[in-house]
Design a binder for this molecule. Structure first.
Ligand code: ACO
Length: 196
């Protein structure tokens, strides 16, 4: 379980919060001193969860860290906690999403430049809580907040677990082959919404 020495309730006034490059939860209200305190706690959480995610994916370096998010443009990390845990200090997982300008192949093998392609960048639920529906809950909150549909998302090097997850819940199965690390599914290009 990802536990921290401090009380996480100053960050989690609700079970899922959105963090962007200012390293503050979207729900944050407070003065400068409080902002510094909360952002340093958020940094600690992002660094720890980013490392756990990297270990779970057998990556040599984390995809998510406070420093990376601070300098990022158009990236958001959704953090999920168990605020009903009696200790009040359990973080369950993270989901990092963002937009990138990408050159992608459509199903006919034609190259398309997609501005602000929606990308799933990092996704992790703590081992002790996996396969209990929390990943689905977090992913659905992200979809609703971002107003995204799964078929329009490109996925950065999905793990086998994520491949199965996307198939089970969103019927994503047929891949449009790419030469970069992103995975797209049939339907991604079905309307011109994301295209130049
Ligand atoms: N083996 C196979 N499929 C799995 C597994 C597993 N060990 N764990 C989850 N899944 C898939 C299955 O479809 C499963 O349904 P099933 O139990 O009926 O087979 C479904 O996910 C379960 O759904 P949830 O409980 O909502 O998902 P969970 O809370 O476990 O979160 C996640 C899914 C984030 C992939 C989680 O398993 C995890 O953190 N895995 C380790 C890290 C990882 O692989 N992250 C994705 C990296 S790629 C990227 O981030 C772009």
């Amino acid at each position: 379980m990802a536990k921290f020495k401090f009380d996480i309730r100053c960050i989690f006034t609700q079970p899922v919060v959105k963090i962007s490059s200012n390293l503050l939860p979207h729900t944050f209200r407070g003065d400068r001193r409080m902002a510094m305190d909360v952002s340093s706690k958020v940094s600690e959480i992002l660094d720890r969860l980013g490392e756990l995610s990297a270990v779970a994916q057998k990556l040599t370096k984390p995809i998510t860290s406070a420093q990376k998010l601070r300098v990022s443009e158009n990236q958001t990390v959704y953090l999920m906690a168990d605020i009903n845990d009696y200790d009040g200090d359990t973080i369950i997982g993270l989901l990092k999403v963002g937009t990138k300008n990408l050159y992608l192949f459509d199903s006919l093998g034609q190259t398309k430049k997609i501005d602000k392609a929606r990308c799933i960048l990092d996704f992790y639920i703590h081992e002790s809580r996996q396969r209990s529906g929390l990943g689905k809950k977090l992913f659905d909150i992200m979809l609703a907040e971002e107003k995204w549909t799964p078929i329009k998302c490109s996925v950065d090097r999905p793990s086998e677990k994520l491949v199965r997850f996307l198939k089970k819940y969103y019927g994503l199965e047929n891949i449009i082959p790419q030469t970069n690390k992103f995975v797209l599914y049939e339907g991604f290009f079905d309307d011109a919404e994301q295209e130049d």
